[in-house]
Design a protein around this ligand. Sequence first.
Ligand SMILES: [Zn+2]
Length: 358
Amino acid sequence: MRNVQAPHGLGGQNGRVPHPDQPISRRAARAAVAAPRARGAWKSKVPLRVRWTAFAIAFWAVAAIFAVSAFSLSGARGPGGAASVATSNAAAAAVALPGGADATAAPATGLPVPAQTGAAARCDDPAVVAALAAGKDEDVVTAFGGGAAFRGAVVDGVAPCVDLGDPHRLWVVVDKKRPLNPLDVEPSELVAPADMQRTVDGRLQPTAAEALTALVAAAAQEGVGAIGLNSAYRSFASQTRTYNGYVNSLGRDAADQQSARPGFSEHQTGLATDVAACDSGCGAIESFGGTRQGAWVAANAWRFGYIVRYESGYTDITGYEAEPWHLRYVGPELAKAYHDGGFHTLEDFFGLPAAPGY
Ligand SMILES: [Zn+2]
């Protein structure tokens, strides 16, 4: 903590504050009551009781300045806004370390300190720091106080340790304005979800795969029928082949209507899956919305950490026509906050700009 010195004139010479129980020099007494004297209120013979009162006021004034300065220094550690979101885990850790360099280097500018909601301190929370370092994203959200608190901190710009552009995090947002970075990034681990009909290459990140298995089991148990996996992870290379195929046959504008550009697809994260109704053989994904399974998924996917990413009526925000079959895994905490908050796009959920086009 920076050493804070009281401004001259408030605490006596060099900021020294006489203790009320100690003898008081005339010099110190003059300094302490300089303000009243300037208004002509000072008399050469002042009753002792008045002097004591004057020193008490000066004493508490200095104490108040210490308190305000300390608050400014600690508050200045907070971010300036969403633009300062950390771009790497290393940067996040540097910001998050309690008592780190940023804690002592913050200049006392005297400028107003932005109002803090209390959420900023969460990035310093040892549970948050540990979960981030361990890559346990769901635990990070929980340590923030749950999905709604996590979202609030991000939207308020007071969660510098949360990078919505980090392709390896549960909270990554990919849309036509937010490509993956790097464009050809690959998930660190992919597995095939168990106990469902699926295509051969249908793989997801492990937590998303487990959640999809639970979702499919629950749908069957609750009597709505079978759900199968049509498509999940797609590599940058396969997306490039698909997209270029459309460009070659239809032209770029038409290709953009049919396929995400390479590096702009949620499928590349391993957190998105297209599902189909599989009552008697699996149907086309395009017909999923009209099935019992489709209605059930729209109402219940959040219970398993999934959201329907592209809903009807939000093309001007997401950039995609309704896709009732395209599910995005965000984890149970964020999915619950998304559902309970009545959100329909991930862009609105995290306070991001609309992404109607590239
Ligand atoms: Zn999809």
